[in-house]
Design a protein around this ligand. Structure first.
Ligand code: SF4
Length: 303
């Protein structure tokens, strides 16, 4: 692997790509911090599931994990909060998507008080990783350039939580240029959980995985995607309780950091196929344990 100079391959690396390559290079030095790659579940839109971990480990990541455990934690926080506050609060708006949060804060400030005060799955998962691998650096890859801004504001024990964020498009460029050899390792993630939340990047994925029984009726939930529809819903003052909102058309699979040119319906199919495939994979008994996140504060404020 060359970690070569910009422009060698017909394009210039972005600052974020260079930062990731530098972290990987430093991890190879004696005493250097190893690097975890944390991937958003939409990765299957741009990468082959079975190739992903061997390829990323070939690139130099020490561990490759996904967000599903973070998403599960967020779901648990939402459920508990809605249950405890439903009598005194009329609406609850999901805060997993940074662009939706910014839109609501800036255009509909009177709705800000309904934003659910919890970390996004990216931040929740990064906190879990930092607790369990305190010396590792964390790189996040996703379909979303807005996550770069969100990550800059995320801290754990007063230190920057996520060291670098690159989009899937940027990661694909790195792979194309550096041409890592696939490491002969298991294709499975270094996961904390194998979870149904793999459909989180789809429109309605959060609402579908929230386990609403006893808390919310199906008719009290509205799921929407795309900033125009999101704006319409916010302006209409709908008589709904839980708002599962994503800014991009189709959800995160329509994010601006996706490289794929497939139509949304086929991207969605890739996520569903992946969910179905991974459901059949066996897990060891150490998945989803409380000890992985005990003591972590997943709350946040929107001031
Ligand atoms: S919907 Fe779009 S902006 Fe929101 S988190 Fe997903 S990719 Fe990012």
């Amino acid at each position: 692997m060359s970690f070569g100079l910009p422009n060698f391959f017909g394009f210039a690396y972005s600052e974020d790509q260079l930062l990731v390559l530098r972290l990987l290079k430093e991890s190879k030095k004696r005493g250097g911090s190893k690097v975890i790659l944390m991937s958003a579940p939409a990765f299957v839109v741009d990468f082959d599931y079975k190739d992903f971990c061997p390829l990323m480990k070939g690139l130099g990541f020490d561990k490759v994990t996904e967000l599903t455990f973070g998403a599960k934690i967020v779901n648990t926080c939402y459920r508990k909060y809605i249950k405890e506050n439903k009598d005194k609060q009329e609406k609850f708006i999901a805060t997993v998507c940074p662009s939706s949060v910014e839109l609501i804060k800036n255009r509909y400030p009177y709705l800000k008080r309904f934003l659910l005060p919890f970390d996004s799955p990216m931040v929740a998962m990064a906190k879990v990783l930092k607790k369990n691998y305190p010396k590792h650096k964390i790189v996040f890859t996703s379909p979303c350039s807005a996550k770069k801004i969100e990550a800059k504001k995320a801290f754990y024990k007063k230190k920057q939580l996520i060291d670098a964020v690159i989009t899937f498009s940027e990661l694909k460029q790195i792979i194309a240029k550096e041409r890592p050899k696939k490491k002969k390792v298991c294709h499975k993630f270094d996961s904390f959980y194998n979870d149904y939340t793999k459909i989180y990047p789809l429109s309605g994925g959060l609402g579908a995985t929230l386990n609403k029984k006893g808390i919310l009726k199906e008719s009290e939930v509205v799921s929407t995607d795309g900033h125009k529809r999101l704006s319409r819903i916010m302006e209409k003052n709908l008589n709904k309780t839980f708002f599962d909102v994503l800014f991009c058309d189709g959800g995160c699979i329509g994010g601006n950091g996706v490289s794929s040119k497939l139509p949304i319906v086929l991207r969605k199919k890739r996520v569903l196929d992946y969910r179905n495939l991974s459901k059949r994979e066996s897990m060891d008994g150490n998945h989803g344990l409380n000890k992985y996140f005990r003591g972590i504060d997943f709350s946040r404020k929107f001031d």
